[in-house]
Design a protein around this ligand. Structure first.
Ligand code: GDP
Length: 294
């Protein structure tokens, strides 16, 4: 593995400036194209080069390797995200997924010979649904829902070339506080010892207000230099229900990011019901993976 590549990503993500994030909601001014309708554009047209991005907006973008931040134009930003698409994006399609193994310890996991993405979030965040949506199969994530496998690290091999790693959900509602963060004791070894870990996809339920346990998890990953992408789930629930709407919850969470990270980690809106963000997330993963894998 090119360790330098991992470090480059990490240095972009890290810098939580405080261990006790404020949840005070304040509006962020950045808005992108309507994610429900827009499609990602990979090529910069000459016309778009004339459209400027405001400096304050530019500062919240995730700019990948190979892209000059000053050269970013709006059509390089994936809809419903802060992610700029650069020259390493491509080959994003999932053609084949094979369950490899379940491991109870990091040292039992498959060899560090391929890039991998870990997927993590509170139970009920929509992890299984998202995995199934990404791979376009109904039963892939069932493996990790089988009794006895929910507390294991489950490796899937995609296209014979990279791993998708399903980690145990955290934050069971009724568990006592100590047990709720127990995932870190279990998965700590995984995060700290997998130098082929390209990024953690940290799933955050956009249909509820930001949860302390998600913020704690994000800060733990940040403090430990683990690259992460915030994946907001259930973004189809944009209307109705009690409490705040997902766009307001998202705004609050982005405020947390703004207050706690000097450079913004990537974030993206998804829905397993409508397919929102699916192709975009895979494209984002492809550029991280291809850069890592070069
Ligand atoms: P997990 O425990 O994190 O694996 O969560 P699941 O994938 O089992 O989903 C938990 C619940 O949320 C289920 O009732 C799903 O139908 C629902 N859900 C998951 N993803 C979405 C989504 O994108 N939109 C909506 N509206 N509901 C979802």
């Amino acid at each position: 593995m090119l360790l330098a590549n991992r470090l480059l990503f990490t240095s972009i993500f890290l810098s939580p400036s405080s261990s006790s994030p404020s949840l005070k909601p304040q509006p962020l001014t950045l808005t992108f194209a309507n994610p429900t309708h827009a499609k990602p554009t990979r090529h910069v047209s000459s016309a778009s080069k004339t459209i400027p991005i405001m400096e304050k907006d530019r500062s919240v973008l995730f700019v990948p390797p190979g892209v000059d931040p000053d050269e970013v134009t709006p059509d390089m930003v994936l809809p419903g995200s802060n992610i700029v698409i650069g020259p390493y994006a491509g080959d994003a399609k999932i053609k084949e997924v094979v369950f490899v193994k379940s491991s109870s310890r990091a040292k039992d996991c498959p060899k560090h010979d391929r890039p991998e993405f870990a997927i993590l979030g509170r139970s009920n965040v929509g992890k299984s649904s998202l995995i199934n949506a990404l791979v376009k199969k109904k039963d892939v994530a069932l493996t990790s829902k089988k009794p006895g496998k929910t507390k294991l690290i489950n490796h899937f091999l995609v296209n014979k070339s990279w791993y998708f790693v399903d980690l145990p959900g955290y934050g069971f509602a009724k568990a006592p506080e100590a047990a709720r963060m127990d995932w870190s004791a279990f998965t700590k070894g995984f995060f700290l010892n997998r130098d082929n870990l390209v990024a953690v996809l940290l799933l955050v339920d956009a249909s509820v207000p930001p949860q302390r346990i998600d913020l704690d998890c994000a800060n733990w990953l940040g403090r430990n230099n683990i690259p992460m992408t915030f994946v907001f789930t259930k973004c189809d629930k944009m209307k109705g229900g009690k409490g705040k709407r997902p766009d307001e919850n998202l705004r609050d969470f982005k405020q947390f990011i703004a207050e706690n990270y000097k450079q913004h980690p990537p974030w993206i809106m998804t829905s397993s019901v409508t397919g929102l963000g699916r192709d975009e997330l895979l494209l984002h993963m492809s550029q991280l993976r291809n850069y890592w894998d070069q």
